[in-house]
Design a protein around this ligand. Structure first.
Ligand code: PXP
Length: 246
């Protein structure tokens, strides 16, 4: 009998911090959410420390690295500021992503091919600090080969176009690109992760690709937890109010 091959789940808790930052107070706490995720099957916790600090703050990353038992995967732009922060906080993994200040979320993969020398320097610094480095790339064989040239340990394939496809034909086309690139990346020695836009409807197909080691999923899990957690949250508040009226 064949043993089932396993697949790992990295839970991205950025949007717990988005909710907190909407009021600039101290809850909900992304670190508390990370611990709940970890207790319920998350294999790693991902956070994106953005240049504009719109959700995750430096102290969140510091606390996460200190308290979580699973791996912390720090997503960040390959800027000098971020590389310095990572080398000092030492998350287990770093995923380098392109970042534009005005974007709502990461919009596409890195142009590794156009920036191999500079990315190699960043990767070298991170690896010297003992951090495993992955590059967020579109499902494009040239970007994947350049990732290996630049010295990355892993790639994270951008699944955004697959997730955002407007019809089954486009989705199948995007799925095939991801599948072929996953195979190619593994064959040249890269660990293959994937993520962006994955939700409760579109994840199973991607997760069945045998070359993929880990999926990083954020928005859909946090969005689902708001709804599934609503029952308890309302019951608890009602109980507090009623028991104050004795
Ligand atoms: N992977 C990377 C590199 C990302 O930038 C993001 C978004 O922060 C994710 C995965 C998770 O995407 P989503 O929130 O759409 O699940």
């Amino acid at each position: 009998m064949n043993a089932k091959s396993s697949i790992l789940l990295g839970v991205n808790v950025d949007h717990v911090a988005t909710l907190r930052e909407a009021r600039k107070i101290d809850y909900p706490d992304p670190v508390e959410a990370a611990l709940v995720a970890e207790k319920n099957g998350a294999d790693s916790i991902t956070v994106h420390l953005r240049e504009d600090r719109r959700h995750i703050q430096d102290h969140d990353v510091e606390r996460l690295v200190a308290v979580t038992n699973s791996r912390v995967n720090l997503e960040m732009a390959a800027t000098r500021e971020m590389i310095d922060i990572a080398c000092s906080l030492k998350p287990f993994d770093c995923c380098l992503v392109p970042e534009k200040r005005e974007e709502l979320t990461t919009e596409g993969g890195l142009d590794v091919m156009g920036d191999v020398d500079q990315l190699s320097d960043s990767i070298h610094r991170l690896k010297k600090s003992g951090i495993k480095v992955s590059l967020f790339v579109d499902p494009d064989p040239k970007q994947i080969e350049s990732s290996r040239l630049a010295g990355a340990d892993a790639i994270e394939i951008h699944t955004g176009l697959y997730a955002d496809s407007l019809n089954p034909r486009d989705q199948e086309y995007e799925f095939d690109r991801i599948k072929e690139c996953a195979k190619h990346a593994k064959s040249i020695g890269l660990q293959v992760n994937a993520g962006h836009g994955l939700n409760y409807e579109n994840t199973a197909l991607i997760s069945a690709i045998p070359e993929i080691t880990e999926l990083n999923i954020g928005h859909s899990i946090i969005a689902r937890s708001v709804i599934t957690g609503m029952a308890e949250a309302v019951k608890e508040m009602k109980k507090i109010m009623e028991s104050s009226r004795k």
